[in-house]
Each structure stands twice: as C-alpha cells, then as structure tokens.
Design a protein. Structure first.
Length: 161
C-alpha cells in the first residue's frame, strides 16, 4: 500500500513539476512575443516616417527615384478617390426620406441612363479604341494606360490634371 501512495505521490509531483515548467515556458514565450511586437511597432513607425518623407519630397518635386515617384502618384490618386467616395458617402447620409418618392405615380417619359456613358469631349481617341472592359486613355508622358479620372499616372508619376 505504501508503494501505491509513493507512486501516486511521485506522479502528482511529476505533474505539478511539468505544469510549473509549462507555465514558465508560456511566460517566456509571451515575453519574447511582446519584445517582437514592440520591435515590429518601431519598424512600422519608421516605415510610416519613410513614406511621409517620400510623399513630401514627391509633392515638392524633389523625389528622383522613378519607382518611388510611381508609388507616390498612386497614393495621391487613391487619396483623391477616397475623398471623392467620402463626399458621396456624406451625400448619401444627408439624403432625407421623402414618402412621395416611392409612390405609385410613374412618369411615362422616363428613360434609364445608358449602361456605358459616352467618353468626355476632352478624352483622346485612344480612349475610344480601348478594350470593351472599360475604355482607358493613355498617359501623354509614357503612353501607358491610365484609369478614368486619374490625377497621376501610376507608371511614370506624371500629373495628368
């Protein structure tokens, strides 16, 4: 009987020892992960500073690397798109419900808008020759396709408007 108690005691001691070791291991893992997270935060702050510096140089016309210029032009284009959509969102939020707008009265002369709007008058002929999946005009600087309403060329960074 004393052998059984001794064996049970050893088993419990072993389990407690193993549990303590696992807990210490988890604490070390979490500590090391915390150190890594702090280093990654510092890295992200440096990358943000680098991006801000590159954008400032680009806007001043002092950025000489063409790859960085293309990235900066894309960022500015996306910023413009975001502002446009934020304005559209605000317009939607400001809409007021009018019970009359959903009435059963229908206007007989209503025609839906065209599916593919016609290109603007100042668009080049290359826009009309574009692919059927959305006509695109070409950058006057590098000749690469550009998106409709783009402010900057994503390829060369040239200002389009």
């Amino acid at each position: 009987m004393s052998d059984f108690i001794e064996s049970a005691k050893n088993l419990v001691n072993s389990a407690v020892s193993r549990t303590g070791w696992e807990a210490q291991k988890q604490m070390r893992v979490r500590g090391k992960q915390g150190e890594i997270d702090k280093l990654l935060e510092q890295r992200q702050k440096l990358l943000d500073d680098l991006a801000l510096t590159a954008m400032n140089l680009y806007q001043q016309g002092a950025l000489t690397d063409s790859r960085l210029s293309r990235l900066c032009a894309s960022v500015l284009e996306l910023d413009h798109d975001v502002k446009t959509r934020e304005g559209q969102l605000q317009d939607i939020k400001n809409e007021a419900y009018s019970p009359d707008q959903y009435g059963s009265v229908q206007t007989p002369d209503y025609t839906p808008p065209p599916v593919n709007p016609t290109p603007s008058a100042n668009a080049g002929t290359s826009q009309q020759a574009g692919a059927s999946a959305g006509a695109q005009s070409l950058c006057p600087n590098c000749g690469q396709p550009i998106r409709a309403n783009a402010l900057y060329c994503r390829n060369c960074g040239a200002k389009l408007r």
